[in-house]
Design a protein around this ligand. Structure first.
Ligand code: PEP
Ligand code: MG
Length: 754
């Protein structure tokens, strides 16, 4: 059975090639194609619908339906079975099509005679540009092989549809009347910073000229050679100094594994054996994958599919002549890259000195290219919907990573504002650099410890550039998320040791694994949860899977041999959880001691305070910890019962409210009385006005993202604590929902630089 399917399709493909290359108008050729397919697939009907402007699918050719319906029958995307195939970019095969709820009867076609239907989308460059359908009178059960064959045919047909001979190209790629007007898009922030430049469309579409092949063996050899070429390019990348270590190397190592993925290569091989050229086969598997990708919601799986997609693009480039789609020499001085998505290797194709920004139609904060972009310090905005439909190459673009917005063809006014912003940014950076070695001490002599948050080895360089006093929060989960399996004790030990080495004696607070919620690990299959933020996450996972915690703690102990080690446990909701986590730590210490390993010089253990319940156990908690850190991101979420990821309620409550600040002041007072250092390490601490309020509440350690060190230090050095504390004490009794304006005015009146 298996052996016959490819040969049938190979014969069909060879005939198709002859028809497509033959004479006549495009419509005449399309007619011949439908006749040919109907005969070959033993179907009474074969019809081709082409996408027209306004998302309408128009019947362009049919064998078997009434000819009067051609150019008359039109279906909107999402309407009827044909519209459904286009809307979901996926095939449908139905023995009893008329019983399907989506069936839309069109009397002019005479299709009531035909019971079964199989249809596939015609896809070109990731866009559905038509639908190809066969129908039979009987209730025929179409096989998977038949669906595959029709998909292959649709791919070949895509060339004819996209040629511009049937409908003008601009109908296929919708461009609305606004195309050349200035436009503003919103997305999500993937990396901060502002960039001004001109649009470079990443990987302009690769046009495949040869789809049908004579000899599968030759094509398989070509595929092998192209893969070898890509592997060599990866090896070259690995040998570069900037790739020596760091999470971006992990990402690319995972990527290298894909070049050997049996399932994926098997599918391409199968497509070659069915009669396609190597590039045709890669394109087919690639299109299938894109279509499927639209239905995948799991973020890790999507990342994997993106990586495969990137690999497919590279293979296509290689196979269709080897010419580089994005030759470095032609990159403009100030380039803003625009792409639907990007693989982790892609950014290295461009000269980073010329890249001013990156705009993606898709993307998530954990996507691999975002991790690489952060390492290269390129502003990135993701999930900018439909930007590719609206942008033209060389259009002026502004990427505002700080506010997650993108301006296309901005007006002069907007351009001036952002040019000024860039200049001011540079000036501020120079000012902060001058402050680097000055202490974070207030005008009335109160010393504040200004620490930095980190999560990547690459962040460590900012510890010294910014003059931070240490790392107040090292989020350890990123390396776990960038890999395809749990890093073992050795890998973790090496990483943590490098972090401590790079800290060069400054303290580092390692937070134990804080995954779950939105931070899903690829290799754990979490159960669907209605409320993941309140679900099985963080310390709840690591206490339930103690081996993971034990291994991490063991690696931390080993990495710090002879040095100080600080460990902090996240999401502790009750003292008993902390006791349990400490017991695991103590056992690991004993184990290492028994094995004769050198232990850390001292181990300090702390807890995050993110769940309000823990604050009602301060008496029991304080004797057990060396320090406490308020995670204001989660704390705000739980104190106000407000989802931290939901933009609809993002502004509903203010952290500068009497409730939140009273809570923090209470915790600070308890900590001070017990002599336990208290820090705040959520985003709140990094905003100067909020930081001022925290200091007024009694907090003396702030841990902030590296770009906030300068602004917060500037504020601290212009502040007097006694007056702001007295002022805040009065404010906390007020019924106001926010104290923001009052605190801001206080700062202005008292010369506090915000
Ligand atoms: C917090 O919740 O404030 C915090 C620092 O942890 P994360 O943002 O990693 O959840
Ligand atoms: Mg948190």
């Amino acid at each position: 059975m298996q052996a016959t399917a490819p040969s049938v399709s190979r014969r069909l493909l060879a005939r198709l090639r002859d028809v497509m290359a033959g004479g006549g108008t495009a419509e005449e050729r399309l007619d011949k194609v439908t006749t040919l397919i109907a005969a070959d697939m033993v179907a009474e009907v074969c019809s081709c619908y082409v996408m027209r402007a306004g998302e309408v699918l128009e019947l362009f050719a049919t064998e078997g339906l009434k000819q009067a319906a051609v150019h008359k029958t039109r279906l909107r995307v999402g309407e009827g079975l044909v519209g459904d195939i286009a809307a979901h970019a996926r095939p449908l095969a139905l023995a009893d099509a008329q019983a399907h709820p989506m069936f839309a009867y069109r009397p002019e076609t005479g299709e009531e005679l035909f019971h079964s239907l199989m249809g596939v989308p015609i896809i070109r460059a990731g866009r559905v540009i038509g639908v190809l359908v066969v129908q039979n009178r009987t209730m025929r059960h179409y096989t998977d092989e038949e669906i595959e064959t029709l998909e292959t045919v649709a791919m070949v047909l895509a060339e004819l549809v996209a040629s511009g001979e049937l409908v003008k190209r601009d109908e296929l790629v919708p461009v609305d009347g606004n195309a050349l007007l200035p436009l503003r898009f919103e997305g999500i922030k993937l990396n901060a910073g502002v960039g001004i430049g001109i649009a470079v469309l990443h990987q302009p579409r690769i046009v495949i000229r040869r789809l049908v092949a004579e000899d599968p063996e030759i094509e398989l050899e070509r595929l092998k050679a192209a893969l070898a070429h890509i592997k060599n390019a990866l090896d070259e990348l690995f040998s570069r100094p900037e790739m020596r270590d760091g999470e971006h190397r992990d990402v690319l190592e995972t990527y290298r594994m894909f070049t050997e993925d049996k399932g994926w290569l098997g599918k391409i091989g199968e497509a070659i054996r069915s009669g396609l050229t190597a590039e045709g086969a890669v394109q087919k598997v690639h299109d299938d994958m894109r279509a499927r990708m639209s239905q995948v919601t799991d973020p890790y799986l999507r990342e994997r599919l993106h990586d495969f997609e990137d690999l497919a693009n590279r293979l296509l480039q290689q196979l269709s002549g080897g010419e580089e789609a994005n030759p470095k020499g032609e990159l403009p001085q100030d380039a803003i890259l625009i792409a639907r998505t990007m693989g982790p290797m892609d950014l290295f194709d461009y000269d980073p000195k010329r890249l001013r920004g990156l705009v993606l139609e898709e993307g998530s904060p954990t996507m691999h290219v975002a991790i690489v972009a952060r390492a290269l310090d390129i502003p990135v905005v993701g999930r900018v919907k439909e930007v590719l439909d609206k942008v033209e190459p060389l259009d002026p673009v502004i990427v505002d990573g700080d506010n997650a917005q993108v301006f296309l063809r901005p007006s002069d006014d907007i351009r001036d504002i952002f040019s000024d912003a860039i200049i001011q940014r540079r000036q501020r950076a120079a000012h902060y650099a001058r402050l680097k070695d000055l202490p974070a001490v207030t005008r009335d002599g109160i010393q504040v410890q200004l620490m930095m948050n980190a999560g990547l080895l690459l962040d460590m360089q900012h510890l010294h550039d910014s003059g931070a006093d240490g790392i107040g929060l090292y989020r350890t989960e990123l390396p776990f998320m960038a890999r395809s399996s749990l890093p073992d004790v050795t890998a973790q030990t090496i990483l943590y040791r490098k972090i401590l080495d790079q800290a060069a004696g400054k303290p580092v607070v390692f937070r134990s694994l804080d995954v779950g919620g939105d931070k899903v690990l690829p290799y754990w299959n979490p159960h669907e949860e209605d409320n993941p933020a309140l679900g099985w996450r963080s310390i709840r996972i690591t206490l339930d899977r103690p081996a993971v915690l034990r291994h991490q703690l063991r690696a931390l102990i080993r990495s710090a041999s002879g040095r100080e080690l600080r460990i902090m446990f996240p999401m502790i909701a009750e003292v008993a959880e902390l006791v349990q986590a400490r017991q695991i730590l103590d056992l690991e210490v004993e184990r290492e001691r028994a094995a004769g390993r050198m232990l850390p010089e001292r181990i300090k253990v702390g807890t995050m305070l993110e769940v309000p319940a823990l604050a009602f156990q301060m008496e029991a908690l304080l004797p057990l910890v060396d320090f406490i850190s308020i995670g204001s991101n989660d704390m705000t979420q739980f104190l106000f019962a407000v989802d931290r990821g939901n933009p609809r309620i993002a502004d509903r409550y203010d952290a500068l409210s009497p409730g939140m600040l009273t809570f923090i002041r209470y915790v600070a007072t308890k900590c001070e009385a017990a002599g336990v250092p208290l820090s705040v390490c959520g985003e709140m601490a990094g905003r100067p006005l909020e930081a001022m309020a925290l200091i007024a509440c009694g907090v003396r350690i702030l841990s902030v993202a590296s770009p906030s060190i300068g602004p917060v230090k500037t504020m601290i050095r212009t502040l007097r604590v006694a007056p702001v504390k007295a002022y805040l004490d009065g404010l906390l009794k007020l019924p106001d929902r926010s104290l923001r304006d009052k605190l801001k005015h206080f700062a202005i009146d008292h010369g506090v630089a915000l």
